[in-house]
Design a protein around this ligand. Structure first.
Ligand SMILES: Nc1ncnc2c1ncn2[C@@H]1O[C@H](COP(=O)(O)OP(=O)(O)OP(=O)(O)O)[C@@H](O)[C@H]1O
Ligand SMILES: [Mg+2]
Length: 344
């Protein structure tokens, strides 16, 4: 049985169709990545699947239960940590976990030990007695996830769990995600970082403007944009245009000038096509800092599919990455849902 199955899922906000006929079939076990630029509809999709937002069209089954008709059954089984704050900032870490554990029906003695166990597992035991508002971003993200797995869920939604984190905290969250998967939990993860999806996700769906525009394993998606990718880095930004022209002459139109002003990327059908590039650059007197040939990155896949990089705001929208308070927990089966989300 698929963990999640959706058919023609739709969500409208006024005239804005945020989710526009999304079909997903997400297998049980492992991490499934949902990628897409700001405003693509990732959070909205997750919120419908987690029964936090009514569905306007189509249907969805989560762990075998129809989301619209059996929301209670879904809520019992899933957890969601997301971009929107809901832990009580004025309570300590321990108090928050204890409160949630009580709401989830843990007995009084069991509550303390479960809270301590989680704080230790997430390496924030020292911060347990401190108010959550004093936590760093990385600590905050860890307690959010801890809060959402007080009861080991069959399925957890992680909405951008590492946005804004430093590399060390990010690695820590990745370890937590891997541990969840090892424990049998299915993880649906949204991210703006394609290397994160590459690291964690078996399969991914790319969503843009409310529609699924690609789906498959990360390897399949990379193969779909060409098997090889040439990355060229010039020493001076002023020489990039000339370098790109030479690449186009030799390789045709699959040449992109990246957001990084020093680099040019070209897609190749065959690595041998790269052979004449170095002599041609040399003849033109363009010194280069690096020249690499390899599999395309998911960033390139994304650019090829959407025409813009991950995290780049599509024209005409006003929402930006990171404007929402990042890091948060909706605990399934409780009433801790925040009203702050409305401000998003
Ligand atoms: N509560 C709401 N009321 C009105 N419009 C909304 C609401 N929530 C989301 N939207 C709109 O729906 C669209 C999809 O938003 P959503 O938050 O699902 O995108 P996202 O893919 O999660 O983006 P991000 O990467 O920035 O988190 C956007 O156009 C957004 O402005
Ligand atoms: Mg979002």
């Amino acid at each position: 049985m698929a963990a999640i199955e959706t058919h023609g899922l739709v969500k409208r906000f006024g005239t804005n169709i945020a989710v526009d006929g999304v079909d997903l079939s997400i297998p049980s076990g492992g991490v499934y990545g949902v990628l897409g630029p700001n405003g693509a509809g990732k959070t909205t999709t997750i919120r419908m699947l987690a029964t936090l937002l009514p569905i306007d069209g189509g249907n969805a089954r989560v762990l075998g239960h129809d989301v619209a008709n059996e929301p209670e059954a879904v809520r019992q089984k899933v957890a969601l940590t997301g971009q929107f704050a809901s832990l009580d900032e004025d309570l300590t870490g321990t108090e928050n976990l204890v409160l949630l554990a009580r709401l989830l029906g843990y007995s009084r003695p069991a509550v303390r030990s479960r809270a301590e166990q989680l704080l230790t597992a997430f390496d924030i035991a020292d911060a347990g007695p401190r108010q959550v508002k004093t936590y760093s971003g990385g600590m905050r993200r860890r307690i959010d996830i801890a809060a959402s797995i007080i009861v080991t869920p069959e399925l957890i939604f992680l909405d951008e769990p590492t946005t804004g984190l430093d590399p060390r905290s990010r690695n820590h969250v990745w370890e937590i995600v891997r541990a969840l998967v090892a424990g049998g939990t299915t993880v649906l993860l949204t991210t703006q970082y394609l290397d994160e999806a590459d690291q964690l996700a078996g399969r991914v769906a790319v969503i843009d403007r409310g529609k699924v525009i690609a789906e498959g394993t990360t390897g399949e998606l990379k193969a779909s944009v060409g098997s090889n990718s040439l990355h060229l880095r010039v020493l001076e930004t002023s020489q990039r245009t000339a370098a790109a022209r030479i690449l186009r002459d030799l390789l045709g139109d699959n040449v992109t000038e990246d957001p990084d002003p020093f680099t040019v990327t070209a897609r190749l059908d065959n690595p041998a096509q790269a052979a004449p590039v170095l002599p041609a650059l040399d003849t033109a007197g363009i010194p280069i800092a690096s020249f690499t040939l390899g599999q395309p990155s998911l960033d390139e896949v994304f650019l090829a599919l959407t025409g813009h990089g991950a995290g780049v705001e599509p024209a005409g929208t006003t929402r930006g990455a990171g404007v929402e308070p990042a890091g948060t927990t909706y605990q399934a089966g409780t009433t801790v849902e925040s009203d702050r989300e409305v401000a998003s």
